[in-house]
Ligand binder design. Structure first.
Ligand code: ADP
Length: 396
């Protein structure tokens, strides 16, 4: 039995989950939040207990030091030597990384070089590695990339129609993100439905950020996010795809810099920007119930973009065996699933099982038996995928 830790270090948070492998049993999970702010907080669950504390967390180093001490003090591990490996979520692995790899100095340098492309995520992911390398120099660390699963896309799908030299010079291309989630959910669908009935899958990862992927025989052939996670469908605060000229036009009209406009597209657009209510789908649903027209418009726009992306992937896949919903909205929002499926039901002869669709956060088939395409909810589990890859590299 080996203990593996999955770690997701964000700019001000650090989520963790410990597993015993190969049983895949979660023995501890939790989160450090508000790192770098005047007052930090952590919460941790283990062995039926739940603890939390508000305390100063000036940086990631302190947070991870406290985490390691908590694990020993509460007997989650007898000693830190029990940790066989630590797997890190890394958002951007560029073109080089098609699989998870042992996290060493070379990998760290590559991730550093890619910080330009994922400025909100890669530096924090890297910091998690560096802090642990110092604290536990002999423990295996593994990098698991959000981009890796999408590396099977062909050039026709991943190139942008701008002058070719920009790809050669700057590697400007579609990368795609949420790959670990798309991989987990499509693998689960293949286990549940059998490989023959899941050759052509469309996975809708609908969270705060959101992306769809088209998966043929287990390999990604297209995905909606692009060079950065700003592309694709409309999201909580991100615009998704818009006419690129809007950015230059707005910059000129408003006297703003490119960085400021990009910030508006990342943080003030999407569901928040249109509804003026919130980026959170729960607030939008509540506002619609009270008759808020902007919230209703935001939801309709969101639904249309998800539905149209599904339609385009059905074209590219040459049909579809199953559509899969996952992440915060995909797993929980009954209305969003219903509206998306209703939008495409006539075109593709999909029939929703309205009663089954009432379920949340569980694996469930939500289409009727006579639907041409199966529709399923499959809760994602990125942490488990990270633990699996880490354990697999630990064994080799
Ligand atoms: P992230 O992209 O930050 O990982 P999540 O996958 O956790 O996000 O999704 C968060 C989003 O899920 C929230 O912003 C909210 O819109 C949505 N969500 C969570 N629970 C519900 C619910 N019960 N009904 C509708 N939407 C929900």
């Amino acid at each position: 039995m080996s203990v593996i830790m999955s770690l997701n270090s964000g700019s001000s948070s650090c989520k963790f989950q410990l597993y015993t492998m190969p049983a895949e049993t979660v023995i501890c999970s939790g989160i450090f939040e508000r790192i770098g702010l005047p007052e930090g907080v952590y919460s941790m669950e283990f062995n039926g207990s739940k603890i939390s504390e508000t305390l100063p967390l000036p940086n990631h180093q302190t947070a991870i030091q406290i985490l390691l001490k908590l694990l020993v003090d509460h007997g989650v591990v007898t000693s830190l030597d029990d940790l066989a490996g630590i797997g890190h979520r890394v958002v951007h692995g560029g073109e080089k990384y098609e699989h998870s790899v042992v996290f060493d100095e070379e990998v760290a340098n590559d991730i550093e070089m890619l910080c330009d492309l994922a400025p909100l995520h890669n530096p924090a992911n890297l910091l998690g590695y560096k802090v642990l390398k110092e604290l536990l120099p002999n423990t295996l660390q593994v990098a698991v990339f959000d981009t890796a699963f999408h590396q099977t896309m062909d050039k026709v799908s991943f190139m942008y129609p701008i002058p070719l030299e920009y790809y050669d010079q700057y590697k400007i291309r579609k990368y795609g993100f949420h790959g670990t989630s798309h991989l987990y959910v499509t693998q689960r669908a293949r286990e549940i439905l059998g490989e023959e009935k899941s050759r052509r899958l469309i996975c809708c990862h609908l969270g705060n950020g959101g992306s769809l992927s088209a998966v043929l025989d287990g390999h990604c052939i297209n995905t909606s996010m692009g060079f950065t996670p700003l592309a694709g469908i409309m999201m909580g605060t991100r615009s998704g795809d818009i006419d690129p000229s809007i950015m230059a036009y707005l910059a000129q009209k408003e006297g703003l810099s490119v960085a400021q406009i990009t910030d508006i597209c990342n943080k003030k657009s999407g569901i928040l920007g249109i509804s003026k209510v919130s980026s959170d789908m729960r607030d939008i649903e509540a506002a619609i119930a009270e008759g808020n027209e902007n919230a209703d418009l935001a939801r309709k726009m969101y639904v249309q973009r998800v539905a149209m992306t599904i339609g385009s992937y059905i074209a590219q896949l040459g049909g579809c065996d199953a559509i899969l919903f996952t992440a915060g909205i995909g797993e929980n929002s009954v209305p969003i699933r219903q509206l998306v499926i209703e939008y495409i039901s006539e075109a593709f002869s999909i029939k929703l099982d309205v009663e089954a669709n009432q379920k949340r956060r569980q694996e469930v088939l939500i289409s009727t038996t006579d639907s041409k395409i199966a529709v399923m909810v499959i809760p994602t589990n990125e942490e488990l995928m990270i633990a699996r890859d880490t354990y697999s590299l630990y064994q080799h």
